[in-house]
Design a protein around this ligand. Sequence first.
Ligand SMILES: [Zn+2]
Length: 337
Amino acid sequence: MIGHIPREIHHIEQLAEQYPQHVRLTLLDNITHQSQSLPLYALEIGTRDQDAPCLFFTGAVHGVERIGSQIILAFIKSLLRRIEWDQQLRESLNVVRIVTVPVVNPWGVALKQRANHHGVDLMRNAPIESDNPAYHLYAGQNLSSWLPWYRGNPDNMEQELQTLSRCILSYSKQSRTTLLLDLHSGFGTRDRLWFPYAHHRNPPSNLSQYYLLYRLFRKSYPHYELYQFEPQWHQYTTHGDFWDWMLTQHQMQSNCSFLPLTLELGSWLWVKKNPIQMLRFSQLFHPTKPHRIKRVQRRHTTLLSYLIQVLNNGVIENIHASEDAKYRDKAIKLWYR
Ligand SMILES: [Zn+2]
C-alpha cells in the first residue's frame, strides 16, 4: 500500500450510499499507480434532462488543495439534506443538472502533492501555449518532474485530464448553458474568481456573459466583497491551462454557452492565522483547524447557490443582443485597458 485512499473519496461513496434516490455516481476511470488503483468519480444530482443547464464543480486538480473537494462535498451534502423539505430547491433541481468531480487528481491527494503521480502539474499539461510566455517556472516547465509546474507531455495529456475533458464535453454538448467552477487554493490574501484566458491577454468571445455573471453577483450581494473577479492573465500567464483548452474544445463542438471559472482561495487568509502550517507544505493550501474549514466552506455557499439560480433562471441564455454589446464594452473597459 503506497498511499491511503483519500478521505474525500470515501465521502463521495458515502453520499452515494446515503442518498441513492437523488445521487448518481459514475466511475469515470481508475487511475493506477504502482499497481494500486484509485477511482475518478463523478457525482451527479438534479435533472437527467440532457439539454438542461448544467453546473459543474471540480476540485483537487492540485492534490494539496483538498479544501476545494471538501467545499464541494459539504455543499452537495447540504443540498441533499434540503431536498427532503425545501420545495424551491427541488424545483431548481428539476431544471438544473449538477455534476461534480470532487477529486480530479486522486493520486496527488493520496501522495500529498500538487502534481499527479507522474509529477505532472495538471494545470500546465494541456496542449496550449502562452504567446507571451513569462520566463518563470510557474508558467509551466519541461525541465524536470522533480521541479514544480512540470508540463509533462501536452500532446498526450494525462489520463485524469483526458477523462475529465470527455466527461465535461459529453455533458455540455447538449446542455444549453454550462457553468463550471474549479476550486483551488493558492498564495494570496484574497479569494479570486478567474475566467479565461490564462495563455494570452485577449478577451474570450463570451466575455459579455462573464461580465453579466460578475455584475449580477455584485448587485445582488452588495455586502459580499469577497471575490476579485478578473481574467486569469491579470495574475499570471501560463502554458497548458486546462480551462483555456476546454473552452476552445467546447466551442468546436457546440454553440451553446460554456463558462469555466476558477475559484482560487487565498490561503494566506488562514495561514497567517495559524503560522505553524508553514512547516508542512501540504497544509499551506489547506486549513487544518476544524472551525476554519467550516468557515471556509460557509464563505462560499452564497456563490455556489448563486450559480444554481443563474442557471435556473436562464440568465445567460436570455441576454438580449443589444445588451450583449453593451456588456462587452463595459467588460473591455473594466478588464482590458
Ligand atoms: Zn491549484
